[in-house]
Design a protein around this ligand. Sequence first.
Ligand code: 5U1
Length: 685
Amino acid sequence: MNGYIPEHITQQIYKLREAIERHNYRYSVLDAPSIPDSEYDKLFLELQQLEQGYPQLVTPDSPTQRVGASPLKEFSQITHRFPMLSLSNEFEIAAVEAFDRRICEALGTDKVEYSVEPKFDGLAVNLCYENGSFVTGATRGDGSTGEDVTLNLRTVKSIPLHLRTGTHNDHIPTLLEVRGEVLMLKEDFEKLNQQQREKNEKVFVNPRNAAAGSLRQLDPRVTATRRLTFFAYGIGEHEGGKVPRDKHSKVMEYIASQGFSVAEECDVLSGSEELLTYYQKIQKLRECLPYDIDGVVYKVNSLAQQKKLGFTSRAPRFAVAHKFPAQKIETELLGIDVQVSRTGVLTPVARLKEVFVGGAYVTSATLHNEDEISRKNLMIGDTVIVRRAGDVIPEVVGIVKAKRPSNAKIFIMPNQCPVCKSKAVRMPNETVVRCTGGLFCPAQRKQAILHFASRRGMDIEGLGDKLVGQLVDSDLIRTPADLYNLDISALVNLPHMAKKSSGNLLTSLRKSKNPTLARFIYAIGIRNVGVTTAKELARYFGSFNKLMEADVETLRQIPDVGLVGAQSIADFFAEKHNIEVISKLFSDQVGVELKENVNVRKIQDDNSANRINGKTFVLTGTLSSLSREGAKEKIENLGGKVTGSVSRKTDYVVTGEDPGSKYEEAAKLDVTILNEAELLQLLQH
Ligand code: 5U1
């Protein structure tokens, strides 16, 4: 076929796309279809046939592309232009009254107007529209960076591929970020589980899990088979268009006019009394709503007042989630098992008769330590009250004493490790009992190796729970360093290890040998050193040797390291066994080599390197030689900070290909703009 496309074909394609999206909106958002399904199918088929004849006219925003693109290997990362913060949660009436009082005081007024809405129990996402077209969508992630799930979101019918379905048609914003939650309607969840049962496949525990599992599919064609729904609750960054600037409630009307679903139960109220009445009303309605909610949200309605109130580092000050109380259910405490953690802590875990609580099945719950068991007066055989703390973590709240059977048994914490039989001791001033077996204990070895290989550690793909269990149990590995001596012949002999997965694991191991200093510090598993502390240590010392040599006094000076942390670090490096493992990792035979092993304190004296330490960067556009995450990590390892939005505090805006509006913002605020090559030059110093 030559490239000639008759004008009437192009026009027909545009007309069909517009009509299909219009009917789709009526069906998926308004729940008011104006044509029968058969007619919609006809329009769709006609468009598909035309696009097959003229594939050069197929665009990602065609409704035909909602059926799902080809699978991805992994999700890339998207840094949000404006952080996606979470909300502070309150459960008590008094806390809501205190919230309202705080707001009134801060604003110097007696009564404040609030925009109120149900709190969806789904997954927060940010949808980005450029010149009216849906271009990217990302999960909330850690609030500043999320996963790029654009292709999956494109399959969600209630997400418009184009704005302007409503009344503000004459002014399309150049940029509009719409924020809200992807969820699965209760009805769609029941249907999905019915289908899963018929196919003998895994059923989902609740609509939230089903929505999360469906959205985080690498194959968008699978997502397309799951009926997901999007509800908007606000906007992020925006430029141009007629986005209301006075009230949140108007913003919600505007979003609805652009083709998005918003909760019908949104309202505008004043004062804490009205808030609490609204809470009770929605609590009563909860069961009848088509989707799961876990509370209500109160937001100061005036955008000027919102701005005045501002944000804490975690959450907006102008809004709060008033959550429904966690559901509590009685069940039986069948037994108490003892688990051994990476650091040798023996943790008693309640074995429970299965119950469905807070939207999920629960069969176990940590009991933390023996003092907690005494405090709650727990005996094996008791009827216990269970809830899910924060609606996630199963928790035994207490017992029903009246139901205690005569044969209830007292639990005694073992004085021997249940795994390696070494002595288990409780140190003075500690609540926990620890196994003294150290890395002789297979449970600790397994956990230490899993931690070493974890995504935030050495990021060794393909090394999961089961495989590590097999490797340790068969004595093929004893320490993380032994991982690098594994060969294909040893791996293929293990159950469930085919040649391909064995080869993949060896490749991942090879690839993991150049971690950043921060990752390596985290991976070796020093007690009390999490990701943030590891980054701080890397930033402060800049070299692994300097960290190993540091004394407790020096370590205490580092932000994020307290006395306990400093002592743990010093103890870790005083342990001969740990030094042996580290030496082996750095030996020629294994060949771990850290990416950055420079001394930051030394280079702080160097003017050129000083350009990164303590400076704030904003990244925009696509970088060609490194990912956003990679660039962020490098900057952070050299003492810099990466944020999502440009302000007067920003030191550098790094622009890749197709930079967003941040480029103009940087120019406006006179912030230094770097291209990718200039960033790389800075990083090399
Ligand atoms: N319904 C609703 N959920 N939710 C979550 N509104 C809402 N608003 C949020 C969040 C995190 O944040 C804005 C107040 C910024």
